[in-house]
Ligand binder design. Structure first.
Ligand SMILES: Nc1ncnc2c1ncn2[C@@H]1O[C@H](COP(=O)(O)OP(=O)(O)OP(=O)(O)O)[C@@H](O)[C@H]1O
Ligand SMILES: [Mg+2]
Length: 367
């Protein structure tokens, strides 16, 4: 028997109907990532599962019991379904330890001494040993989210539902939270995770639900969904996840800002870290060359950078376009830069097109 069964679930608001007809079975041990465009009802789906939102129609079963039945003890159900939110939702007037132990003490009637002992162990598990007596506002976003995870699993839920647990975090703090979730996955926790972190989803999940148009539009293994999506909207969505475009000005090109965006892109896509390093290096070298050239000629040039991961392979195509007078940074620049650019790319090309209104420099490379 499946742990959760969803039948024709529907949620209508006055203005919209985010869930039209959701059907799914979730088995014990499943780790399912839910992906989909903004506003398609991913959060609504999680809320309708643990009845924080009341579905308009349809049924949800947990362990064979219909939890959408008004007679069902919903508090008992919620204890079995842990929830981690994007914005942590901690009790700010309680210490870290109190946040973790209050529900087990109040709802599961676990004696304080035992709850504290278990709470301390959980905090250690999420890497927060020594923070027990701190208040949430003394913590970083990543630490707060780890407290929220510890608090959810303190209830020993049968399933943990996480709604974009890393999207409110500074990029440097994302990995610490993802690695805690990876640890839970290794422990065999059943999880339903709304996430845009493609690489993480691919590594940790056994199933992906692509949600759009009020239904699970396509479902499959991570390989199928990320590398070989079958339906048109899934393909378009995945393609957009695999692209990055940025525009910088030659006069104040912020190299560290570019590198940061590339790193975030690398984390979300399926590229190897070596590939990412090479990509960062090549982009950095090219932009530095271009920017310093136009600084000398005193032209203010917009530089467009477009990166796209290829569908199946571990490779990226890079396109850099800028107007202004002709300048080929793949041939004119300092020797070390040229060496890096040439060694790390294939199909490197430069083209200058004179137009009636604009002249365009264009570089293309595969990395
Ligand atoms: N309480 C509410 N009252 C009215 N409309 C709502 C409510 N909650 C959500 N909606 C609407 O339902 C739709 C789905 O919202 P939801 O937050 O579930 O999307 P999402 O997929 O989680 O989006 P995101 O990726 O931006 O988090 C949206 O059009 C939203 O405006
Ligand atoms: Mg949401």
């Amino acid at each position: 028997m499946s742990l959760i069964k969803i039948e024709h679930l529907q949620k209508k608001y006055t203005e919209s109907m985010p869930l039209k007809d959701i059907n799914a079975e979730i088995n014990k041990g499943d780790i399912i990532s839910i992906i989909g465009p903004s506003g398609t009802g991913k959060s609504t789906l999680l809320f309708c599962l643990n009845q924080l939102e009341i579905p308009t129609a349809g049924k949800v079963f947990l362990d064979g019991e219909e939890i959408t039945d008004p007679k069902c003890d919903i508090n008992a159900v919620r204890r079995k379904m842990g929830m981690v939110f994007q914005h942590f939702n901690l009790f700010n007037n309680k210490t870290v330890l109190e946040n973790v132990i209050c529900a087990p003490m109040d709802l599961l009637k676990i004696p304080r001494a035992q709850a504290e002992k278990e709470g301390r162990e959980l905090l250690k598990k999420v890497g927060l040993e020594g923070r027990e007596d701190h208040f949430p506002e003394e913590l970083s976003g990543g630490q707060k989210q780890r407290v929220a995870i510890a608090r959810a699993i303190a209830m020993k839920p049968e399933i943990l539902m996480l709604d974009e647990p890393t999207s409110a975090l500074d990029p440097t703090l994302v990995n610490e939270v993802l690695s805690v979730i990876r640890g839970l996955a290794e422990d065999g926790m059943t999880m339903l995770i709304v996430t845009h972190e493609m690489r993480f989803a691919r590594e940790v999940s056994n199933r992906i639900f692509f949600l759009t148009d009020g239904e699970i539009y396509e479902e499959g293994s991570p390989e199928q969904i990320f590398e070989n999506p079958q339906r048109e909207k899934t393909r378009a969505f995945i393609k957009q996840l695999k692209t990055l475009s940025m525009t910088v000005s030659s006069l104040d090109a912020d190299i560290s800002g570019i590198t940061e965006q590339l790193e975030e892109f690398g984390r979300k896509t399926l590229l190897s870290s070596r590939k990412m390093r090479n990509l960062s290096l090549v982009v950095e070298e090219l932009i530095v060359q271009i920017a310093s050239h136009y600084r000398q000629t005193q032209e203010d040039v917009s530089i467009h950078i477009y990166v796209e991961q290829s569908e199946t392979e571990n490779s990226v195509s890079l396109e850099i376009k800028y107007q202004g007078s002709a300048f080929d940074p793949t041939e004119n620049g300092d020797e070390l830069s040229l060496l890096i650019i040439k060694n790390m790319t294939s199909e490197l090309s430069y083209q200058y097109t004179r137009g009636s209104e604009n002249n365009v420099n264009q570089i293309h490379a595969i990395i």
